[in-house]
Design a protein around this ligand. Structure first.
Ligand SMILES: Nc1ncnc2c1ncn2[C@@H]1O[C@H](COP(=O)(O)OP(=O)(O)O)[C@@H](O)[C@H]1O
Ligand SMILES: [Mg+2]
Length: 458
């Protein structure tokens, strides 16, 4: 119940108010003069002040100002003698919430007090709601309770409405696709298209025509003309996934689109203009690719206007319980299984894992757990983690074979990867954890580039 402070010098009136308002259930503090009133205000939590405007020791308006200085949010109702309406108006101007003219009925004063407290309550509720909504960046389908993910979303919110190019970095499965889409959905282009292209999913020789389109007869098989992704994304957003794998020839064309917003279709002569916002993603360190010469520096700087790095799941484990519940709800709805929740033991297991595959891996594991669960909860036994050994533990670190230099050893590894991939460069690059361009660069360094050539079937 709210606490009231009554400041009134007339003892009888003070007592009357105290008794009647206490009857309403309020906690009451009383003071006989301004000085005592201010002391009370400093010492106790007060929800409302009811004060006479004629007090000994301090003029009523001065007192009101002192109250506001002590607690600017507390509502103050002033009581003033009939015939001194002007003083009441002055008091309102000085920050009083309401006034009652003496003599008043007790019903009247109870009503005014209740109304003021209701308003205050609503205001507080409003404020906490606004805070809950405003400080927490909330995006549909994105779980982000940790400070690290909140920071990511704060940047997304700031950058989304602009037209700036965004470069998303982060390991596989951290949510780059999800964030790219959120940027589009919170931009002024939201009603326009969102066009995604994954550069590693498209054979190198087709990537250029996918991106920029082609005219009839541009190459064998081009029996009609076709618009590229950039044309399709006009007035919208294009999302270039795995930008680090774009071959040099395409990098040049991308640079031109970014600089001039124009390009030609393959085999075309007409220059096309597009209004497109670019969001790119990479799971590699593009700066390393720069140093190796596999990625154009000028393109890198064009892309890296607003870098957003999404942390791996092991760096924001606080989100695991929320993510787990989120995925559980989804898979339970999809499967129709009557699963109520995740047991504390299962949750502990999830919290302790290092999640090399990030959120995607967590999602898969919850899906599997839901599919396999026999009871009405997900227990530790339903959680099947991939426990293949993490990278070499201390003490058992492999080392260079006797008499070999690092460079020779690296060459050997590259040759071995090519053998295992039967000459397929993309696959070899994947085995080595390199981009195709980085591998191409290394191959040319050891004079292998020509031997391998382009792989047609890819
Ligand atoms: N913060 C998150 N909240 C909810 N789901 C997430 C979150 N991050 C990732 N996911 C989900 O995990 C999966 C992998 O995310 P994705 O965006 O494809 O990662 P990336 O593109 O970085 O490999 C997707 O199904 C995605 O919806
Ligand atoms: Mg992705």
């Amino acid at each position: 119940m709210p606490t009231l402070l009554i400041v009134e010098d007339e003892a009888k009136m003070r007592r009357l108010l105290e008794l009647n308002l206490a009857e309403e259930g309020y906690t009451i503090h009383v003071a006989a003069d301004a000085e005592a009133g201010l002391n009370q205000l400093r010492q106790t939590e007060v929800d409302l002040v009811l004060t006479d405007l004629k007090l000994p020791g301090m003029n009523g308006l001065e007192f009101l100002q002192a109250v506001k200085r002590a607690n600017s949010l507390v509502p103050v109702i002033v009581m003033t003698a009939y015939g001194s309406v002007e003083t009441a108006v002055e008091a309102m101007k000085a920050g009083a919430s309401d006034y009652v003219l003496k003599p008043f009925s007790l019903e009247e004063i109870k009503l005014v007090v209740r109304k003021e407290l209701d308003v205050r309550h609503l205001r507080q509720e409003n404020r906490s709601l606004r805070e809950a909504l405003g400080q927490r960046y909330q995006f549909k389908n994105i779980i982000a309770h940790s400070a690290k993910m909140q920071e990511v979303l704060a940047t997304v919110e700031r950058v989304a409405p602009t037209n700036s190019t965004v470069l998303l970095g982060g390991e596989s499965g951290v949510g780059k696709d999800l964030i790219a889409r959120a940027i589009h959905e919170h931009s002024r282009r939201a009603s326009g298209p969102f066009v995604k292209i994954n550069t590693t999913a498209i054979p190198e020789n087709l990537l250029e025509s996918e991106l920029f389109g082609y005219e009839k007869g541009a190459f064998t098989g081009a029996v009609t003309s076709k618009p590229g992704k950039f044309e399709l994304a006009d007035k919208g957003t294009i999302f270039l996934d795995e930008i680090g794998d774009v071959p040099p020839a395409v990098q040049v064309k991308l640079l031109r689109v970014l600089q001039e917003r124009e390009f030609e279709r393959l085999g075309g002569t007409k220059t096309l203009k597009v209004d497109v916002r670019l969001v790119a993603a990479t799971n590699r360190d593009l700066r390393a690719a720069l140093e190796e010469g596999a990625f154009r520096e000028d393109l890198y700087y064009r892309l890296n206007v607003v870098p957003i790095s999404i942390p791996p799941l092991r760096e924001h484990k606080e989100d695991i319980p929320y993510l787990a519940e989120h995925f559980l709800a989804r898979f339970v709805a999809e499967s129709g299984k009557p699963i109520r929740g995740i047991t504390p033991a299962a949750m502990r297991k999830l919290m302790e894992f290092h999640w090399p595959g990030n959120v995607r891996e967590l999602e898969n594991i919850i899906e599997r757990a839901v599919a396999l669960a026999r009871g009405d909860t997900i227990d530790a036994a339903d959680i099947h983690l991939d426990l293949s050994p993490p990278p070499a533990a201390a003490g058992s670190v492999p080392f260079l074979p006797e008499g070999m230099t690092l460079e020779q050893y690296e060459d050997e590894l590259i040759r071995e990867a090519l053998r295992r991939a039967r000459g397929n460069k993309s696959q070899a690059a994947r085995l080595l954890g390199l981009s195709r361009n980085a591998l191409r660069y290394r191959l040319s360094k050891i004079g292998l580039a020509e031997e391998v050539g382009e792989e047609p079937g890819e």
